[in-house]
Design a protein around this ligand. Structure first.
Ligand SMILES: CC(C)(COP(=O)(O)O)[C@@H](O)C(=O)NCCC(=O)O
Ligand SMILES: [Mn+2]
Length: 987
């Protein structure tokens, strides 16, 4: 066999294996660090173990390690099977030198690849290979359809594909921002390709390949630089990413050193240790440039980045990227810089103060003996500054100085009380000293900032830098100062990624990384999920694989209670009018480390766009239920908590109920509960919180623990049962006149929306009856008028009224919801009605599974199945490229259908949640929307929890059954199982 099988191996594993020359066939596993191939052995029919030597550093011979990879092949497309594998291994020399595998995605690299094929591997090439990521192929397995020719291989133990890293090496903290790419769905997805052709959309004329991935934020104390280096090394962050040569570290081809962008003083101070330990050079970027670039990026690209913080109340501010400048950026690090920012790259450092974070920490350390900044901050939580500060009341015998607007509790002089008291330092409580210091410095910074804003006529002041640390008291003090001195005219705003401005700016300074034209809608924040480095703070060693994540999660339970425990309460503060009062946050439940879980991972999803039919994208708010109301939050928190055991059961069963699945299920439940508890404590922890975010968080969390489709079996079963009933339903419908048919169709959609595995009431129903029994019962209950009933208006638009004929609709977008009856007996018959009227229909379904919602990938098969019983659906699906004629066995052919066939198409919506946020939809949906004159939103998630109040540029029909008593009462003043049929004309 030899050659043939080897070729086949290359085809099957284009990234894993490749022959380098005619005479010898070295095995390349990743663009790797493997130097010597040792031997291979076949474990069983489907797996092969390959042993190899790994040299971590070619210079250091002793750093050799024997490793083993097991490549699991459930052989599809590879005909040779077991014998081939054995032969292949027999063919390979026992020990073999391996060459660097050139990157195959770039033309110039292909040329180089040819060159390298022609020459024997040199020491230099081998050295270059060490700047590539190490690929962990242990447990590798073919994913998906085994019959496919080039199946994807899942590397379960491979950490993210790291592509980029930038650093801000500050005096007290090292901040890291790194990007990890994530694989998009396979590019050769047939449905997607066809939709691209049909809808004629493209990704424009970008110079660089569009990347999808995540931006991560991590911080370390500068004194623990070795931990930082370990982290970088363990995650191989300093190595360029796979397939990313055009933006990889800016290293000219052929040069050995990897270059990492860095800013902050440590970029100079720590250069040697980075070179020594990681072999990388730090490319220094100007600190101010980076701060401004980072702030501009965040303010333009991240929706809930800026917020105000007054008296313990946090409120997110919607920043209009087109109306951002000028603003004052106050960066509070060890010292303080005040920068007037006029545009991208256009700024001036107008002022600063040497009294900053370093002052607080330095003086605090001397005066209190605290060992860390955080300890000092923590201490302040329990302090009472009246013990050291001289108050107005101390001077005026307990009275206000009301003539000039100062109350008795106003600080007249920070630390002033200690002058008149004959006490030693040890006579004062460290808590009181810490608080007095904190107030003195924060207030001073707030005041100077405002004066500078005034000097330049600037209204908006953004405060950043790690001094703030999401600390409620600090923010309140600064806000108070700005508010007080500006008499309410100026507002202090804070940034969620406050400490990462510099690192982000350094990250943005990489040329040609393809991220420079990021748009607001392309970056979506996802919640930090079960990782040890949530919110930029390391809570444990870096996690290599899912297994570690699970065990970390198990430990997190103990850690979690610590994390979410509220700070001890303090005695109520003094009050009064005017002057500098004690901000109130100290007494509520905000913790000193409130920032710990504040930062989500930013997901770069290049294909997401704003839905073009939104009437007013700027005013659009997807959530109907606002969870900043504590009562609401508590209610939905309980609903989700109670649903958890059932969800875990389904998730575990969907993965075969194995021990591993059970362990993951348990870890998922813990992770999700911890997030819920965290949000109960501080609802704004991850940004503005609505019900849709909670429901999405749950799905994200499931995926994090590798439950990709918990309701898979249920969905299949319900689809089959419903498809069996469909021919009868279609016959029944065809026997009705137009008007009765339209009504029956809408009733059908509403009735079938009862099949919802996310609703507690519906899950209870499932235990009582069969699918068909529930469906019949639900249909019987469809008495009009429904709770919201605009049917007549809708009917008039579709059928016209009296003599007046209705204007034909060009294209309808039908946002489908649940699998089974919901789509098969509800939405598909409705789609068929539009098609027979000559209206093009685009079925819009989820990109990723969420509960029992249908996905766009599942739809073509269901349509094809339904089309077997219906000529209209068949022809439309053919016209829409959903099915090919040969597959279909025609059973009915109604007389009436138009000669020019309106197509039936399917697009994905870009979401993996039961709700939809129209600020971020897939580009294929955005393209399909352009010609649409009607949208139909179906289901509670998409038309009630979200978008109930949304207005569109075209007509919109919102259809749902309310399957929750409280929502029914609150939203439509009705009862559970009431129906909503809301029709709104274009606005
Ligand atoms: C998750 C859902 C929005 C899904 O509803 P759908 O969009 O499928 O109609 C809904 O089931 C829900 O709000 N459930 C939680 C409320 C409850 O259990 O009563
Ligand atoms: Mn649903």
């Amino acid at each position: 066999m030899g050659r043939a099988c080897w070729n086949s191996l290359q085809r099957t594993f284009p990234d894993l294996a490749r022959a380098e020359s005619q005479s010898c066939q070295p095995l390349i596993v990743s663009p790797p660090v493997i130097r010597e191939f040792i031997w291979g052995e076949v474990d069983c029919r489907s797996s092969v173990s390959i042993f190899y030597h790994l040299k971590l550093d070619p210079q250091e011979r002793q750093k050799r390690e024997l490793r083993r990879i097991t490549v699991t092949l459930t052989v599809g497309g590879w005909q040779q099977g077991e014998g081939g594998l054995v032969d292949l291994m027999a063919d390979l020399p026992k020990t073999h030198q391996i060459a660097q595998l050139p990157n195959k995605s770039e033309d110039k690299d292909n040329d180089k690849e040819k060159e390298e094929k022609d020459t024997a591997p040199s020491a230099n090439q081998m050295h270059r290979s060490s700047s590539r990521p190490q690929l962990d192929v242990s447990g590798a397995a073919i994913q998906g359809n085994f019959e496919e020719r080039n199946p994807t291989i899942l590397l379960p133990n491979q950490s993210d594909d790291i592509s980029h890293l930038a650093l801000d090496l500050g005096g007290s903290l090292i901040k890291l921002v790194y990007f990890s790419r994530h694989e998009d769905q396979p590019a050769d997805d047939k449905r997607k390709k066809r939709m691209k052709e049909k809808l004629g959309f493209s990704n424009g004329t970008r110079r660089y390949r569009i990347l999808g991935g995540r931006l991560h934020f991590v911080k370390f104390e500068t004194s623990k630089v070795n931990e930082c280096l370990d982290f970088i090394s363990s995650k191989q962050l300093h190595r360029g990413g796979k397939d990313s040569p055009s933006w990889c570290s800016g290293t000219p081809a052929g040069e050995n050193a990897t270059i990492i962008k860095a800013t902050g003083g440590g970029a100079y101070k720590c250069a040697d240790i980075f070179k020594e330990r990681l072999g990388v050079s730090l490319d220094k970027e100007d600190e101010m440039d980076c701060l401004v670039a980072g702030a501009n990026f965040l303010l333009k690209a991240i929706r809930h980045e800026a917020f105000t913080h007054m008296e313990g109340h946090k409120e997110f501010v919607q920043i209009d990227g087109n109306d951002l400048f000028p603003y004052l950026l106050v960066n509070i690090g060890s010292g303080v810089s005040m920068i007037k920012v006029d545009g991208d790259g256009s700024f001036q450092r107008v002022s600063g103060t040497n009294v900053g974070g370093g002052t607080y920490w330095g003086l605090g350390r001397l005066l209190t003996k605290c060992k860390s900044f955080d300890e000092l901050l923590e201490l302040s939580q329990r302090g009472d500054n009246r013990a050291v500060d001289m108050l107005v009341g101390d001077i005026y015998g307990g009275m206000d100085y009301s003539k000039i607007g100062l109350s008795a509790s106003t600080i007249a002089s920070s630390f002033g009380k200690t002058v008149s008291e004959n006490k030693e330092l040890s006579d004062y409580r460290p808590e009181d000293i810490s608080l007095s210091l904190l107030r003195m410095i924060s207030y001073n910074i707030g005041q100077i900032s405002y004066l500078n804003a005034l000097r330049y006529g600037i209204k908006r002041i953004f405060f950043g830098g790690f001094f703030i640390r999401g600390h409620a008291y600090t923010m309140d003090t600064i806000s108070f100062a700005v508010h007080f001195w500006s008499q309410g005219q100026a507002q202090a705003m804070f940034l969620r990624h406050e400490g990462f401005l510099g690192a982000l700016g350094a990250f943005m300074s990489y040329e040609k990384h393809g991220l420079d034209d990021l748009m607001a809608h392309q970056l979506v924040e996802r919640f930090p999920m079960g990782a040890p480095y949530v919110g930029g703070r390391i809570h444990g060693p870096p996690l290599g694989d899912l297994n570690e994540k699970i065990s970390w999660m198990e430990k997190f339970v103990q850690k979690g209670t610590e994390i979410i425990a509220p700070v001890p309460m303090v005695p109520p503060g003094t009050t009064g009018v005017g002057g500098f009062e004690r901000p109130s946050s100290r007494g509520d439940s905000l913790r000193s480390d409130a920032s710990t879980l504040n930062i989500g991972v930013l997901h770069l999803v290049p294909t997401l766009e704003v839905f073009p039919l939104l009437a007013d994208p700027k005013a659009y708010e997807p959530n109907t239920v606002d969870l900043s109301d504590h009562g609401e939050l508590e209610y939905w928190f309980t609903v989700l908590k109670e649903h958890l055991p059932d969800l875990v059961d389904k998730a575990v069963a969907s993965e075969g109920g194995t021990d591993d699945a059970k362990r993951r299920g348990d870890a998922f439940a813990r992770a999700f509960s911890a997030h819920l508890a965290r949000l109960m404590e501080e609802p704004a922890a991850y940004g503005k919180l609505g019900l849709a975010n909670l429901l999405e968080l749950r799905e994200e969390c499931l995926r994090e623990f590798q439950f990709f489709d918990a309701y898979r079996t249920i969905k299949q079963r319900e689809n089959e049962a419903s498809l069996a009933v469909l021919p009868d339903l279609l016959m029944e419908l065809d026997g009705l006149d137009e008007e009765a048919r339209l009504l029956s169709l809408i009733e059908g959609v509403l009735a079938a929306n009862i099949f919802d595995w996310g609703s507690r009431a519906c899950v209870d129903l499932y235990h009582k009856g069969t699918i068909i029994e529930i469906y019949r019962m639900s249909r019987k209950k469809m008495q009009r008028p429904w709770r919201v009933d605009d049917f007549d208006m809708f009917k008039e638009r579709i059928l016209g009224s009296g003599e007046l004929k209705a204007k034909p609709l060009k294209r309808a977008l039908l946002f489908v919801d649940n699998s089974g009856a919901d789509v098969v007996l509800g939405m598909l018959p409705l789609a068929r009605e539009f098609l027979r009227r000559g209206t093009e229909v685009v079925l819009v379904a989820n990109s990723l599974p969420a509960l029992n919602d249908l996905t766009a990938n599942e739809l073509p098969e269901i349509v094809a199945e339904a089309a077997k019983h219906c000529d209209i659906l068949r022809k439309a699906a053919e016209a829409g490229g959903l099915i090919v004629d040969a597959m279909i066995n025609i059973q009915d052919s109604p007389k009436e259908h138009s000669s020019s066939i309106a197509p039936l198409m399917v697009v994905e919506n870009g979401c993996g949640s039961p709700c939809i946020d129209f600020r971020q939809v897939s580009s294929e949906l955005a393209a399909a929307a352009k010609e649409a004159d009607l949208i139909i939103l179906e289901g509670m998630g998409r038309s009630l929890h979200t978008n109930f109040n949304a207005r569109f540029k075209c007509d919109a029909l919102k259809l749902a059954m309310v399957k929750n008593q409280r929502l029914a009462e609150k939203l439509v003043q009705g009862n559970i199982y009431d129906c909503v049929c809301r029709y709104e004309r274009a606005s």
